[in-house]
Design a protein around this ligand. Structure first.
Ligand code: CMX
Length: 434
């Protein structure tokens, strides 16, 4: 067993009695009531999911295993010569809650490398897809195509104790995660760079290898590490995390469940918003024709969007009620690395104006920017101007969080998910409507 797997197994054994006790002795304790607004309105705020991997406070933002974003970056072992931590060390941290040593991190780096080769049939499938397929469709298809690799299925069919479900799930998750940078980079180079894929370099880590396979020099390796970590997890209720968890709850393996989660991420109200931010901002800059974006011009463009019945992409959130710290973290990166970049200046100018406009508009409960408002600028600066690709980058990151969650779902024996639905008549009766 690897150090990570050993540590994880110990954590699982320590944790199981807590879940068992809660269920046996406190199963009837109330966590809240459900209103009609929540039943019709997408279950906002209904407390019915459990995860220890991250927690989202509406005003503070995300904490990974109890640590804020700056604390997470600070605590984890860094790639030599880099500002940002190993993604592999972050994976260790999400799975176990322990900050790994450099030695433990490097053991995961080596383990992932041994699993990183993408099967030839996946490449063949990608190559037979129409080149104008959306990169997210390609990414999800590649993940689903590998379902035949699922160790969980083989062991389950052979007769697996439910106490051991987590073990092949862990192996599958490691195998799948290790391949995602190469799949994503292959899609990018095939689709947007005249079909010129770049082979992996075995000496590089997850983020470094991704940058290399994308064909983008340093500091893009650090951008990749930062980006994957920032986008990894946002507790369990968001569409990509919840979909992955839901599909996995039927004991579908991680290939089926991550592919489904990626399909949810591809929606414009979720991960696709980062592509929409860039298309909105680029269209706005074209209208400017090189002129400085004044407050008045930005205000007008934002109102035009709202008045035409569209949302302002990159703003608002179902849980957050302040500026997303993932936005702030990327903004700090921009301030340090590209303070005078015109696109960054426009995005910053929008930040000055959009919250006020949304407040005046009076609909969005949160007028502040989310993670997607800032992320495209950084990618554009480093040469990824094909914004259709941005959500794939989000997807590689999101896989880290949701796969860690699925392993824990299996370890703690979480059951198949099955909320209850009611009819409209039942709601009317409950409300006392004649
Ligand atoms: N622009 C215009 N209107 C907005 C808005 C925005 N950015 N954000 C919310 N609203 C509107 C909603 O559409 C809703 O209108 P209706 O009452 O007419 O249906 C109203 O304000 C209330 O919505 P809310 O409770 O504040 O927000 P929700 O929890 O329903 O939705 C979200 C959250 C993120 C989908 C929404 O804010 C939105 O559409 N934002 C723009 C898209 C975006 O940036 N998505 C990325 C989120 C982060 C991620 O998952 O990647």
């Amino acid at each position: 067993m690897s150090t990570l797997k050993e540590t994880l197994y110990k954590k699982i054994q320590d944790h199981r009695p807590r879940t068992v006790r809660l269920l046996k002795e406190h199963g009837d304790t109330k966590l809240g009531d459900v209103t009609i607004t929540q039943a019709i309105g997408g279950a906002r705020g209904v407390k019915c999911l459990v995860t220890d991997i991250s927690y989202l406070d509406p005003f503070e933002g995300i904490r990974f295993r109890g640590k804020t974003i700056p604390e997470t970056f600070e605590a984890l072992p860094k790639v030599p010569g880099s500002e940002y931590p190993y993604v592999e060390g972050f994976w260790y941290f999400l799975l176990t809650g322990d900050v790994p040593t450099m030695e433990q991190t490097l053991a995961v780096v080596e383990d992932m490398k041994a699993r990183a080769t993408v099967p030839r049939y996946v490449i063949d499938i990608l190559r037979t897809m129409p080149r104008d397929s959306h990169p997210m469709t390609m990414f999800s298809t590649a993940i689903l195509a590998m379902q035949r690799e699922a160790i969980f299925v083989k062991q389950y069919n052979a007769g697996l104790s439910k106490f051991d479900y987590w073990d092949p799930t862990y192996e599958d998750a490691m195998n799948l995660l290790a391949k995602l940078p190469a799949i994503a980079a292959y899609i990018y180079r095939m689709k947007f760079k005249a079909d010129t894929p770049i082979h992996a370099k075995t000496e590089l880590d997850f983020g470094g290898n991704f940058a290399h396979m994308m064909g983008i020099p340093a500091p893009y390796d650090d951008v990749a590490r930062m980006y994957f970590i920032l986008h990894s997890d946002h507790e369990s209720g968001n569409v990509s995390a919840h979909t992955t968890h839901l599909v996995a709850s039927a004991l579908s393996d991680v290939y089926y469940s991550l592919s489904a989660g990626i399909n949810g991420l591809a929606g414009p109200l979720h991960g696709l918003a980062n592509q929409e931010v860039l298309s909105w901002t680029q269209a706005f800059m074209e209208q400017l024709k090189g002129a400085e974006p004044t407050k008045e011009v930005i205000e007008k463009a934002l109102w035009d969007t709202l008045n035409s019945g569209q949302v302002i992409p990159g703003y608002g959130h179902a849980v957050l009620r302040k500026t997303d710290p993932r936005y702030t973290s990327q903004r700090e990166f921009c301030l340090a690395n590209m303070p005078d970049y015109p696109l960054f200046k426009v995005v910053s100018a929008i930040y000055e104006v959009a919250p006020g406009v949304l407040q005046e508009h009076g609909k969005a409960k949160n007028p502040w920017p989310n993670v997607d408002a800032q992320s495209g600028v950084i990618q554009w600066y480093y040469g990824i101007t094909e914004y259709d690709f941005y959500t794939v980058l989000f997807g590689v990151g999101r896989a880290i969080g949701v796969l860690a969650n699925v392993i824990w779902d299996r370890a703690l024996g979480y059951p198949i998910e099955r909320p209850k639905s009611l009819t409209t008549k039942m709601l009317e009766d409950a409300a006392g409507i004649e």
